[in-house]
Ligand binder design. Structure first.
Ligand code: BJ8
Length: 439
């Protein structure tokens, strides 16, 4: 296994090698049992299986090789990071581990119990020294999106360098002006790490690389979710690819996603589906689903439905918009375009956020989905409160919706499965009744 081969490197960046190897062993075993055993998977998934085996090994070696050339390595927890700037500087921008349950007990020695598991998991990984990405980061990029995160940065800063970007909670002109300044400041911070000035041409190149990545992900989203009679890839596999989009080298990732999409194109033509005809097609909304949090997808697809889309940040919200660089002549214009793109993110931290609800209804109609699951991590107040507005709008449209609040502990897996099964039964009953009426 890759981790074994890169033991010296992992140790040199401060990873607790023994504990890390145990956690990776568990993660890989979970992946093999839950993903690699699925029948009729696309052949191109072989690359992503390989990446999983090297996720905390070969990829870490690549990032550290860049660092050795003074290229920046930036760890993030949010899709507000202008990763184009890091990539333009030749560096790596990656999401930090935050989807596992084991580190949470350690985190609770410094953080309150009643905050969201994503934050506690990531914090625990830092305390345990078991995430090789965190250990590789020159700095962690924090933002002021939710209360829990913005206060956590102050504590996390005692353990690792943290740079905090002020993200406004409204989108008025004066808020956007401030946001643009924050993007500029972020670029200056990257220059400090790289110890060199970053040119406009380099930043534009970074934008092109990330735009191409988002285009490939949009292509995958269309192929998996827009063909009601064929589901060429499971929701679990598609989720895993979204999760890896925050870790892999962007150019290689784009190439591999496009290769997979070519295969899915063929599958659609030949009507090769991984689920039987009339399988209920479910959209998932809500908080980010960070690896290895595969609990919901396992429950849904293990109950005879298919997940055709994730609306959240590890999913559609991440890749739905590109940066328009047409005619950009100077740096200030580029910062304005970046701000325009990033301010389209419809995170529940904004008020008002009606655009998100409207978008969800439209996405449901475009995909001819059969139902929606609104998934919130425990103690995420923004997404939890907003679920009332979203479900109200869904009810008006007659869209079936199930709301699930959960954390990373395995205890509620059985209860979630039972609720999902009852939800799917009600959808199937409705479909049969509609088919009967139309006869
Ligand atoms: S853009 S969703 S990635 S902030 S940490 S808000 S789950 S209580 S992650 Fe997020 Fe950026 Fe928004 Fe997306 Fe809730 Fe937890 Fe806060 Fe969270």
């Amino acid at each position: 296994m890759g981790v074994e081969l890169h033991k010296d490197l992992l140790s040199s960046i401060g990873v607790d090698v023994e504990r890390h190897a145990k956690m990776m062993g568990m993660g890989l075993a979970g992946y093999q049992a839950g993903f690699m055993s699925q029948p009729n998977r696309p052949k191109a998934m072989a690359y992503f299986d390989w990446f999983m085996s090297e996720i905390q090994a070969e990829r870490i070696a690549e990032i550290n090789a860049l660092k050795a050339q003074k290229k920046p390595a930036v760890g993030t927890f949010c899709i507000f990071v202008p990763e184009e700037i890091v990539v333009g500087a030749g560096g790596a921008c990656f999401g930090l581990c935050g989807g596992a349950n084991p580190p949470i007990a350690d985190a609770e020695s410094e953080l309150p119990r009643n905050i969201c598991p994503l934050i506690k998991s990531a914090y625990g990984f830092k305390l345990q020294h078991t995430c090789a990405y965190t250990q590789s980061a020159d700095f962690i990029y924090g933002e002021t999106t939710c209360e829990a995160k913005k206060k956590t940065w102050e504590l996390l800063g005692k353990h690792h360098p943290v740079h905090v970007m002020n993200i406004p909670h409204m989108k008025r002109e004066r808020d956007l002006k401030m946001w643009q300044e924050e993007i500029k400041e972020f670029k200056e911070h990257i220059e400090e790490v790289a110890e060199k000035k970053l040119s406009l041409a380099e930043m534009l190149e970074g934008v092109k690389v990330i735009n191409a990545k988002r285009d490939a992900m949009k292509r995958l989203d269309t192929l998996r979710g827009m063909h009601p009679d064929v589901m060429p890839i499971s929701g679990k596999d598609a989720l895993f690819i979204s999760q890896m989009s925050f870790l892999d080298d962007p150019k290689r990732f784009t190439e591999k996603v496009n290769e997979l999409c070519d295969e899915l194109d063929e599958r659609i033509k030949e009507k090769v589906s991984v689920f039987p005809e009339n399988t209920p097609r479910i959209m998932v909304l809500g908080t980010p689903i960070a690896p290895p949090n595969w609990k919901l997808h396992t429950a849904v697809e293990g109950s005879g439905a298919c997940i055709i889309n994730e609306e959240g940040c590890i999913g559609h919200r991440y890749f739905k918009d590109n940066v328009d660089i047409e005619g950009v002549k100077d740096e200030d214009e580029l910062y304005a375009r970046l701000m325009q793109r990033y301010s389209k993110i419809d995170c529940a931290c904004f008020t008002p956020n009606q655009g998100r609800t409207d978008k969800i209804v439209q996405m449901y109609k475009d995909r001819k989905a059969d139902g929606v699951i609104y998934y919130t991590l425990s103690f995420c107040h923004t997404y939890n409160v907003e679920s009332h507005l979203v479900t109200e709008a869904l009810a008006k449209e007659g869209i079936p919706c199930l709301v699930i609040e959960s954390d990373y502990s395995p205890e509620d897996a059985g209860q979630i499965k039972t609720r999902v099964e009852a939800f799917l039964e009600s959808i199937t009953f409705k479909q049969k009744a509609q088919a009967f009426q139309s006869k």
